[in-house]
Write a protein that binds this ligand. Structure first.
Ligand SMILES: Cc1cc2nc3c(=O)[nH]c(=O)nc-3n(C[C@H](O)[C@H](O)[C@H](O)COP(=O)(O)O)c2cc1C
Length: 297
């Protein structure tokens, strides 16, 4: 099977950021004469061999960071990918997050372990910061600036991947332990509890957009209302995709952004000429300055 110059990126994206970053990386790799396939983990069961599905000599796993870890769908599908990957395939990890906090470096540990168990070591890990879809809403112009930075960083990443450069985040033991504990609470208790509390209000037209788009089929229309269940990934897609903004959570309202989340708001932003974040900026956004200004970070 001819695998030369072929890279496959298996990704999950709740609200579009990770998919955008994968698209940017694919564009950068394509410019370097690589053939890149992007495969959504949601759409594939991975019951056939990876070679039959999409032969490649390099595999990428891409995911948003959720609660200092990765969503369950990514760990489940990664187990199948790792079991079917050949020992000759090089594997990299691309995570999208909303902040530069160092403890995020521990988020990929679970995927590294999954591949390690199957005899493959991940050679490259990178976190690309994108706008927040959770808890706090970022300014649209700042979001656009993050997106512009992602273009530079993915181009830099493409160069490094093709050079075979090793880049590992190596979080400290303390960060790994803390991140594992937080993620266990988020995915084991928080997400199922949150999912069970999802309900639609009188604005719901029964269009089923949320039901059809839930990555884990966790929403149902019963007695005229949409209700969620315990399999929720807390990816937030259903809230933001609803055309009527008719979904809410009975118990946790604070994580859901009031104005919603739509990547179009920063990609199509017409008034982006000057960078939002500059040396003069004070307050919350200032801590992103070094990350924005240095394509290697
Ligand atoms: C439930 C949940 C937990 C999150 N936890 C983190 C986190 O621990 N660290 C972080 O930097 N961003 C966190 N985020 C923000 C997302 O990682 C970020 O916005 C990401 O780019 C979303 O990607 P997506 O649009 O592909 O889903 C979280 C988002 C959600 C919905």
């Amino acid at each position: 099977m001819d695998t030369e110059n072929k890279i496959v990126i298996y990704y999950f994206s709740g609200t579009g950021n990770t998919e955008i970053v994968c698209g940017l990386l694919a564009d950068a790799l394509t410019k370097k004469n690589m053939q890149v396939s992007l495969i959504s983990m949601e759409d594939v069961s991975f019951d056939i061999s990876l070679d039959l599905m999409a032969p490649s000599d390099m595999i990428g796993i891409a995911s948003p960071i959720h609660g200092l870890g990765i969503p369950k769908i990514v760990s489940e599908k990664s187990k199948k990918i790792a079991a079917r990957a050949s020992k000759d395939q090089k594997v990299f990890l691309l995570l999208s997050a909303a902040d530069i906090v160092k403890i995020n470096h521990a988020a990929g540990s679970e995927i590294s372990k999954i591949f390690y168990k199957e005899g493959t070591s991940i050679f490259y890990e990178r976190i690309i910061v994108m706008p927040s879809n959770f808890l706090i809403s970022y300014n649209d112009r700042f979001s656009r600036q993050l997106y512009e930075a992602s273009k530079e960083k993915t181009a830099h990443m493409a160069d490094e991947l093709l050079l075979g450069k090793e880049r590992l985040l190596r979080p400290s033991l303390l960060y790994r332990a803390l991140a594992r504990a937080v993620h266990k609470c988020e995915s084991g208790y928080g997400a199922p509890f949150f999912g069970n509390s999802i309900i639609s209000d009188e604005k719901c037209t029964g269009c089923m957009t949320c039901v059809k788009n839930c990555p884990v089929q966790n929403l149902k229309l019963t007695e005229g209302k949409i209700r969620g269940g315990k399999d929720c990934l807390m990816c937030m897609r259903c809230f933001y995709i609803c055309p009527e903004k008719a979904l809410s959570s009975k118990s946790f309202k604070f994580p859901i952004l009031k104005k919603g989340y739509d990547t179009k708001n920063f990609i199509d932003l017409s008034s982006f000429s000057e960078p939002f974040l500059t040396e003069k900026t004070k307050g919350f956004y200032r801590h992103f300055l070094k990350y924005i200004n240095n394509k290697e970070l």
